[in-house]
Design a protein around this ligand. Structure first.
Ligand SMILES: CC(C)(COP(=O)(O)OP(=O)(O)OC[C@H]1O[C@@H](n2cnc3c(N)ncnc32)[C@H](O)[C@@H]1OP(=O)(O)O)[C@@H](O)C(=O)NCCC(=O)NCCS
Length: 169
């Protein structure tokens, strides 16, 4: 399968996650503000594990996370992509996104999500994609709604209540 190495959105450029992005992931995963809704800040070992797991995901499935930078200053904005995940015993593909806090509130998560879903449906030929977030993460719930996801049920992940959404073509 041809891997999607790079692509662009209106304001961002994306590149496939590589080991060279480790420093950027460190910055993100050690930010209390960003990680408050993603299980808390991670240790150096946990961040290494995160990147290895996500590189392995690319190797195994041919898709995964991309790193996004703003087109003008080339600053690291965040990460987003598609990942296989097991939810309540069922294999699903989830849409995932996280942005550095200074870039919140500019509709950038929605911009990333739209393009990632277009890739998922049109190039990877997925039939549906799911998304879930903490019941308290209203910003992420709003992003899911703006992307067209429909609420399905409440689920428990990492012992915490999450809202689970699905988008079907
Ligand atoms: C959640 C997150 C991705 C949103 O990114 P973003 O670029 O600010 O998102 P957008 O600007 O595209 O949309 C955010 C929407 O949520 C709304 N919103 C933001 N904070 C909110 C709050 N506390 N309560 C209700 N709505 C809120 C915004 O008004 C906006 O909706 P609108 O366009 O209708 O006004 C970003 O805050 C983030 O990376 N958080 C940390 C990681 C995370 O939680 N990732 C998702 C895990 S499931």
């Amino acid at each position: 399968m041809q891997l999607i190495e790079t692509f662009k959105t209106q304001r961002l450029s994306a590149e496939r996650l590589k080991f060279q992005h480790l420093n950027e992931l460190y910055n993100m995963h050690q930010s209390q503000k960003v990680m408050a809704t993603l299980g808390g800040v991670r240790s150096d070992e946990e961040i290494l594990l995160f990147i290895f797991n996500n590189l392995h995901h690319w190797q195994r499935y041919g898709f995964g996370l991309w790193i996004f930078r703003d087109k003008i200053n080339h600053q690291f904005v965040g990460r987003a992509g598609l990942r296989n995940v097991e939810i309540e015993g069922v294999n699903e593909v989830e849409s995932a996104y996280a942005l550095m806090a200074k870039f919140w509130g500019q509709e950038l998560a929605t911009e990333m999500g739209k393009k990632v879903l277009k890739i998922g449906f049109e190039i990877l030929k997925l039939r549906e994609v799911v998304c879930f977030t903490l019941t308290t993460n209203q910003a992420s719930q709003r992003v899911m709604e703006k992307l067209g996801f429909k609420y399905e049920q409440e689920i428990t992940r990492a012992n915490l209540p999450h809202l689970f959404y699905r988008l079907t073509v």
